[in-house]
Design a protein around this ligand. Structure first.
Ligand code: ADP
Length: 542
């Protein structure tokens, strides 16, 4: 017997319609590329998104066509999120930190028809404009007054002129909720990037999940500043969840340094934020150096790479900002787990709590996960056994865009490439990416644990642990460290700092100090580059 409830497709346009109707006065604040701060409301957003939908139709964009964006977090990007997907086309967010050759490759592979870009990225667009095969129009996301005077870009249109030229009357079409809504390519640290193609259904379900109190905890009482970029995995879904719950939104534009972020947090009374550890490092350094405090910030989601306990401690104990350690991936829309406490943990001491928060957390409803051994056999959830992490759920990819790379699933599960433990309470902890593990004498050493210890040293700004070749042990850990500006630290001091914190044989064999550690397009340490740099490194123990 079937239930007798309405069949209403879960469409992204319904998020915007809801926000307009129920939170029409709620503010969206954006620091613009033009240099000023722009303010308007969800009502304005909805009207301008409808105008843009009319403009896209005029440009010949049809159901399923891809519209590319190269843009920061801001209101015009948000308008495209809704105008493009809402009208049945596919929003293709492109990471502007990629090499121009990669951007050309991605635009061609996605067969983008239109490319909208922030003025910051004009040089990049100029470099690719005559090379891309399918793009018919380029749209500069600015007004007439700021349009570039001369440019090497053919068919260049002005975003504000497109909006002004079109009516705000537009009926969002109703279609199958499984229709593609947005496309994001993985960073492709090895080989060509692959596209994760999200659907309206997956996006709306993911929004419900991330807004939950034990996930990112978003509500109409919050002022949310997503530092995570809208150009990579849809800013972890926050632009959608914000409409769902009617949260105030604050967009930082291109200004992501500690000082700019801090000023925006304070001035706009931000309560919640989200970003990768490297961003928070810059913010904490600024706050520490200037003896500042957070007036309204109460929670921050930290993920993308492991959040070191030293960072959690600084936020929570010094600044009263709760850290929500989260894990996910492009292929998972991205949210998989968040580390929030259970009722039985409420009486926990500070140290025990910090240890728990080093874990990446519990699965949000909708994400099912398990760990398996090399033969694919499920391992116990005892917090000790570690194996490859497999996931499944309605916002996890079943295949890459255009079937690239064949069927990625194993018996219906998506292999994440991460190695993890899961404890009896369901808390998952990543020990490493499979390709970053260090194999010493046949035993695995997890690099994240070693990095977390190093980063807890007050003189260390950033630390990456990689495998260096060893004649006896095969591989041994080599710690690559960037010191804080002006800090004094010797190799011996740092190695002594590991004593008692870890099994002796896990202690790195050597430390090298570097001026900088290479970061990838999503702000993560590029260990593959470091491995390349140190491939002939001779350990003192070798
Ligand atoms: P890319 O690195 O290609 O940009 P993603 O943004 O999808 O890809 O990154 C996903 C990967 O990032 C995960 O598989 C995992 O290895 C790592 N990651 C994400 N969050 C965390 C976390 N909290 N702790 C450790 N690793 C994480």
């Amino acid at each position: 017997m079937l239930g007798s409830m309405m069949q209403q497709p879960l469409l992204i346009s319904t998020l915007l319609t809801h926000a307009e109707r129920h939170h029409g006065e709620q503010e969206i604040v954006s620091r613009r590329v033009e240099g000023d701060v722009h303010r308007y409301t969800y009502r304005d957003l909805a009207a301008r998104a409808r105008k843009m939908a009319n403009a896209l139709a005029m440009l010949g964009i049809e159901h399923g066509d891809r519209v590319g964006t190269l843009a920061w977090n801001g209101y015009r990007h948000m308008e495209l999120y809704y105008a493009v997907s809402g009208s049945g086309a596919v929003l293709h967010t492109i990471n502007p930190r990629l090499h121009p050759d990669q951007v050309v490759w991605i635009c061609d592979h996605a067969e983008d028809q239109v490319l909208c870009f922030d003025l910051t990225f004009l040089p990049l667009v100029e470099a690719i404009a005559t090379r891309v095969k399918t793009i018919k129009h380029f749209v500069a996301m600015t007004d007439r007054a700021h349009m570039p005077a001369s440019s090497k870009v053919p068919n260049l249109l002005c975003f504000e002129e497109l909006i002004e030229a079109h009516r705000a009357e537009f009926d969002w079409p109703i279609f199958d909720e499984n229709t593609a809504s947005s496309l994001c390519y993985t960073s492709g640290t090895t080989g060509n990037p692959k596209g994760a193609l999200y659907s309206h259904r997956s996006t709306v379900l993911h929004s419900y999940a991330i807004a939950l109190p034990d996930a990112m905890n978003c509500s109409a009482r919050d002022s949310i500043l997503p530092v995570v970029p809208m150009f990579h995995v849809n800013a972890w879904g926050l632009p959608y969840a914000a409409c769902m719950v009617g949260a105030r939104l604050v967009f930082p534009g291109p200004w992501l340094d500690g000082k700019s972020l801090y000023e925006l947090f304070e001035h706009e009374r931000v309560t919640v934020s989200a970003g990768v550890p490297t961003v928070w490092q810059g913010l904490l350094a600024h706050v520490e150096a200037n003896g500042l405090a957070f007036g309204t910030m109460r929670r921050t989601v930290i993920g993308g790479s492991a959040c070191p306990p030293a960072m959690t401690r600084a936020f929570q104990e010094r600044y009263d900002v709760q850290v929500l350690h989260a894990w996910g991936m492009t292929e998972m829309s991205p949210l998989g787990t968040v580390c929030t406490l259970k009722h039985k943990h409420l009486a926990m001491g500070a140290e025990e709590r910090l240890a728990l928060q080093a874990k990446q957390g519990r699965a949000v409803y909708g994400v099912d996960m398990k760990i398996v051994d090399a033969e694919g056999r499920e391992l116990p959830r005892d917090g000790k056994a570690s194996g490859e992490l497999l996931v499944r759920g309605p916002w996890i990819i079943a295949s890459y865009f255009n079937g690239e790379g064949g069927d990625p699933l194993v018996d219906g599960w998506f292999p994440t490439g991460d190695v993890a433990t899961i404890d009896a309470d369901g808390y998952m902890q990543i020990t490493d990416r499979a390709k970053d593990l260090i194999k010493s004498g046949g035993e695995w050493i997890g690099s994240i644990d070693l990095e977390n210890i190093a980063i807890a040293h007050p003189a260390v700004a950033m630390a990456a642990c990689i495998a260096a070749k060893h004649p006896k042990w095969d591989e041994r850990p080599l710690l690559v460290v960037m010191k804080k500006p002006g800090a004094e630290l010797s190799k011996e001091e740092l190695l002594k700092f590991f004593e008692g914190k870890i099994a002796r044989w896990w202690t790195p064999d050597d430390v090298v100090f570097v001026d900088s550690i290479p970061l990838g397009a999503t702000g993560k340490m590029q260990k593959n580059k470091l491995r390349e740099m140190f491939k002939d490194y001779r350990l003192p123990t070798a």
